[in-house]
Design a protein around this ligand. Structure first.
Ligand code: SAM
Length: 356
């Protein structure tokens, strides 16, 4: 029997199967990742409809029959692979694990950034701190740690962050530049990817990036490589010091995948500081993923799982918010929503706000 989790199992046996999939989930996860990284799924894919035998895989991949067998037994029970009389075939879920970009990025992020730290999830839930972060060193939040994370963890973190925002940026650019802003402030601008895209999209725009010093060090290199350094100003700061006002005078304030990084109180305080920096006619754009604005259950599940990363690894008190709660934070900060666009890059919502 091979089956996947069903929210409403049809029988006690199915419910038990679901429960055992959860009970053994870390083992299943590691096995799937090994099938991907050891080349087993790829080998089966290249064999296509002919399938692959144990002997062929063992000799081509330099693995023992034992190693392949223990993995493929789990592959079969989790719907990745199928064994037809000793010949093995890749199934659609196995193909996703092997070649779907989003799945690969999510899996690497889970493994390299979250896996070891999640041992401390219970502690994080009780203390409201990112207890799992201790596996990487002594930090309060992952944002302070980012520029010094182990290489693999850093690579997987940036791949995860950029995959989601990169997909939405091309859709967002024409909406943000519709009114020809000349000065844009990117709050939490990270490595400067959005700033570079803006400078390339509109040759007249100037950008100010606010972020932690470590991230701006990486941004500086990226911006210089793109040849737009003279139009980008870097402002290193701890944005959680709410006594420091945001610089004024920008036509657009931009917050992309930024507010999710903070607790509700901090989100409202950050939005108030943005409101204080807006002049008449200036607007704030918020680009984020909201659990109640996803096109399907896959999107909802990814966001809800990612919330646990915020709980255990990022800062202990933020999450993927619903649009409904963000609307309330915006109102409390003295702002109003002018309009919104859903499904940018497949999962983001762009909210345009002005002073209420
Ligand atoms: C999830 S990343 C989003 C990056 C980028 N805007 C994007 O869309 O890909 C959040 C950014 O907020 C920054 N950040 C988090 N906490 C911060 C703080 N206390 N002060 C300044 N920046 C902070 C992080 O360094 C990071 O660059």
């Amino acid at each position: 029997m091979s089956q996947i989790l069903k929210a409403r199992p049809a029988s006690v046996m199915e419910a038990s199967y679901n429960a055992q999939m959860i009970a053994f989930a870390p083992l299943v996860f590691q096995a799937a990742k090994c099938m991907r990284d050891l080349g087993i799924l790829d080998f089966m894919s290249t064999k296509g409809k002919a399938g692959a035998t144990l002997e062929e895989m063992a000799s081509a991949l330099n693995l023992t029959a034992y190693a392949i067998t223990v993995l493929l037994e789990i592959g079969e029970k989790t719907g990745l692979t199928e064994n037809r009389d000793g010949t093995f075939f890749l199934l659609p879920t196995g193909r996703m694990i092997q070649s779907d970009q989003m799945t690969r990025i999510n899996m690497d992020f889970t493994h390299d950034v979250c896996y070891q730290g999640l041992f401390y999830l219970e502690e994080a839930l009780k203390t409201g701190t990112a207890s799992g972060l201790k596996v990487f060193g002594e930090w309060d939040t992952i944002y302070q740690a980012l520029s010094s994370l182990p290489e693999k963890a850093q690579k997987s973190w940036f791949a995860f962050d950029h995959f989601y925002s990169d997909g939405a940026f091309p859709d967002a650019l024409p909406l943000v530049f519709a009114d020809k802003p000349t000065r844009l402030m990117d709050v939490g601008g990270n490595t400067g990817k959005w700033a570079v895209k803006c400078c390339t999209y509109d040759l007249a725009v100037n950008i100010t990036i606010l972020d932690l010093p470590g991230q701006l060090g990486l941004a500086k290199q990226h911006i210089a490589q793109a040849g737009v350094a003279e139009r980008v100003t870097l402002c290193p700061m701890n944005l959680l010091d709410h006594s420091v006002p945001f610089p004024k005078g920008c036509d657009v304030i931009w917050m992309s995948q930024f507010l999710v990084c903070f607790s509700e109180d901090h989100v409202i305080a950050l939005l108030k500081r943005a409101a204080d920096a807006l002049h008449e006619g200036a607007v704030l754009f918020i680009l984020d993923t909201f659990c109640d604005r996803q096109m399907n259950e896959v999107g909802e599940f990814c966001l809800e799982a990612s919330s646990l990363y915020f709980t255990c690894m990022a800062n202990g008190n933020s999450r993927m918010y619903t649009f409904k709660s963000m609307r309330e934070f915006i109102r409390k900060a003295g702002l109003q929503i002018l309009d919104q666009h859903d499904n940018l890059g497949g999962s983001h919502t762009l909210i345009r706000c002005a002073l209420a």
